[in-house]
Design a protein around this ligand. Structure first.
Ligand SMILES: [Zn+2]
Length: 343
């Protein structure tokens, strides 16, 4: 079998490469074909390299034929390349297209947590009476949390089972009352303050969480009587739960007040008739209060002529009554379906 002549070789190569070119579908494959057809290792290049072995009279013609094919291939490849580029561009455009007739995404606005809302509401209720807001540290010295509030060393509230101790004499405050002591030590009477904030107790069940919120009020001046306390609390109860609300005071005991009382309001559900929520009594307990114990005044260095009252309540408790929520844990689960209802 004789070796095929150059003309046949070139024409076969042309046919083969054109066929491959016609089936190329993307730019990556085209780049590979370009190297295969025109690169240093291509058949075309090896034909060109062997021209020197031909008889001199055939060399010129052979060189022209190879160059002609090279030009044809370059043109064809560039044509396919520009078509593929156009196609890829169109695909990219259509993939990124924005339909401006579609409605926009609705971004929901956040809102204050119900407990924060109640806190703000209470502060607003007391503002017209001249109360200002003070804050204290959540990591508190045992002295301010207990001693300054007339809670003796052997009191059960100081037990590790109820209190989170951070060190020998540092605790996570168990109430907002230490802010009272701090305020009185820094301020000369008269004092009229509210201290809202987080408090911590080692307790967890359906009605208790290890962290909850309290707000505490303190009014100290000369001549402050129990009747002032009662009037203040009745005003608060009416503003918070409605004008038809009454209050009832029951004697109680707190170390830092004497006398002390627990305060009930007319049941928010039955308005006093008696129902399941108030266990048939018509009353709901909302806070503790009393006249500041003279021992507390002694601890903070106030003169003996001073009198005053203090009251404190759990914000979750007030929010539960106001919004008729029956599970304390809902406040801490951060379920937006629950939170969205308090706008
Ligand atoms: Zn009731």
């Amino acid at each position: 079998m004789s070796k095929p002549d150059l003309k046949t070789l070139i024409s076969e190569l042309e046919g083969k490469l054109k066929k491959e070119l016609s089936s190329v579908g993307n730019l990556k494959d085209l780049e590979e074909l370009k190297i295969k057809a025109l690169g240093k290792k291509s058949e075309l290049y090896s034909i060109l390299r062997n021209i020197g072995e031909l008889p001199p009279e055939e060399r010129k013609h052979a060189g022209e034929s190879v160059n002609k094919l090279k030009t044809i291939l370059e043109e064809e490849i560039s044509k396919v390349e520009s078509e593929l580029k156009k196609k890829a561009g169109a695909e990219k455009l259509s993939a990124e297209a924005v339909d401006i007739t579609m409605p926009g995404d609705y971004i929901r606005k956040g809102s204050l947590h119900p407990v924060a809302q109640i806190m703000e509401e209470i502060v607003e209720i007391f503002k017209p009476l001249g109360y200002s807001v003070v804050h204290g540290p959540e990591i508190e010295h045992e002295f301010f949390n207990f001693d300054a509030l007339n809670i003796p060393g052997d009191h059960p509230a100081r037990d590790m089972q109820d209190t989170f101790y951070l060190g020998k004499d540092t605790v996570l405050r168990t109430h907002t009352s230490p802010v009272q002591a701090r305020t009185m030590m820094q301020t000369k009477p008269p004092v009229r303050v509210l201290s809202p904030g987080k408090v911590y107790r080692s307790d967890y069940d359906v009605t208790h969480t290890p962290m909850f919120h309290q707000i505490e009020g303190l009014y100290v001046d000369e001549g402050i009587k129990f009747s002032h306390l009662k009037g203040t609390l009745l005003y608060f109860a009416k503003r918070m739960f409605g004008q038809d609300t009454s209050i009832r005071l029951r004697p109680s005991y707190f170390s830092f007040t004497e006398p002390s009382a627990e305060v009930d309001v007319t049941c928010v559900a039955c308005k006093g008739k008696g129902c399941r929520i108030c266990k048939g009594t018509g009353w709901l307990e909302i806070l503790g209060c009393g006249m500041v114990n003279p021992n507390v005044f002694k601890q903070v260095g106030y003169p003996e002529t001073m009198t005053g009252f203090a009251f404190g309540m759990g914000l979750e408790r007030i929010a539960m009554l106001k919004y008729k929520i029956n599970d304390l844990r809902l406040f801490f689960e951060n379920d937006v379906r629950f939170l969205r209802q308090f706008k």
